[in-house]
Design a protein around this ligand. Structure first.
Ligand code: SF4
Length: 322
């Protein structure tokens, strides 16, 4: 059987998969379940990955879209890593719900930035991001309606009409394409030379590093698999980055069972990466599925090393220490 298997060289991107914000958010739900017992309520998917969400459901997490689906309870209510509008913790407080915030600290940094630009510097804020994404809803919801203007594309940046062209600032969603965002910022800066930029990039280290690794591999492989969910912004961006960097086809795959094997028939060199919300166990599952059909060799392509970890919320630090 083994001699019939065609060869396949796998180029495995590093870094890939879980980032510090996702790791922390999952740990928060796990620790809350340990410390307070089930049920623990979670508003929205804690991270955009069905495998992770189903695993937490099995332990007693209850996922809801809105707080009004939660009965009056003393059990914890956790907000997802993507962040929430200010109205959400306010509504939780009004109902005396015990809430724990799993918003990634790098998203919180963008929230605080938006507040300072609005309240202290009185700037009109241009948010570069994708309409409807929970992070964008959360960031826009830090300020009164109308204070933040959403720009999604280069075309939006060209046609956007500010209230005062000399009084603008831009911020971004954390999980965007680095190159697309640079193009949008270039248009905004050319049109509005006095527009303020963030002190430090809003696109986070994890998004940037995963895109860099994909660029390194993409031009050198026949196909690329991005392990991740369709509603995961950073995973979708990785797929786009791969295609733009010269990969003939790049697909998003959630589980090995999703793979359309016909599409990989002539592939001899395959790139694999994973979005920031995809666990390594799913990468392993997909590599194993290829190893059953091909004579595989694995070459890890490392473009950065990461050692970032975020502190847990105060309520759970002791549970983590025990
Ligand atoms: Fe935080 Fe970036 Fe991970 Fe989002 S992708 S959770 S901003 S580290």
């Amino acid at each position: 059987m083994s001699e019939q298997r065609p060869p396949l060289e796998i180029r495995l991107c590093a870094p890939r998969g879980f980032c510090a914000g996702v790791d922390r958010a999952i740990q928060i739900v796990d620790l809350a379940l340990e410390r307070y017992g089930p049920p623990v309520y979670v508003r929205h998917e804690i991270v955009h990955n069905r495998f992770v969400v189903d695993g937490l459901k099995a332990k007693g997490a209850v996922f809801v879209d809105e707080l009004d689906e939660i009965p009056d309870t003393d059990q914890p209510v956790i907000f997802s890593a993507h962040g929430v509008a200010k109205a959400v913790p306010e509504a939780a407080k009004a109902r005396n719900l015990f809430h724990i915030d799993a918003t990634c600290p790098l998203v919180t940094k963008v929230h605080r930035e938006a507040e300072i630009l609005h309240r202290k510097k009185a700037r009109e804020i241009v948010l570069i991001g994708h309409a409807g994404h929970p992070e964008v809803i959360g960031t826009m919801g830090q300020l009164p309606t109308g204070a933040v203007r959403l720009v999604e594309t280069e075309e939006d940046a060209r046609t956007f009409t500010p209230k005062d062209p000399d009084n603008l600032a831009w911020i971004t969603q954390t999980t965007l394409s680095v190159d697309d965002t640079a193009a949008i910022v270039a248009i905004l800066t050319e049109r509005f030379p006095s527009i303020l930029a963030p002190h430090k990039d809003d696109i986070c280290y994890a998004t940037t590093n995963r895109q860099e690794a994909v660029k390194e591999v993409a031009g050198d492989v026949d196909a690329m698999i991005v392990v991740g969910a369709p509603n995961s912004s950073n995973s979708q961006r990785l797929r786009e980055v791969a295609e733009r960097a010269g990969c003939p086809f790049a697909v998003l795959v959630q589980r090995a069972s999703d793979i359309d094997w016909n599409r990989f028939a002539g592939v001899r060199r395959l790139g694999i990466t994973a979005g920031a919300s995809a666990p390594e166990v799913l990468v392993e599952e997909i590599i194993d599925a290829f190893a059953q059909r091909y004579e595989t060799t694995i070459d890890v392509v490392t473009t950065a090393t990461e050692d970032i970890a975020f502190a847990l919320p105060r309520q759970l630090r002791q549970a983590a220490a025990e």
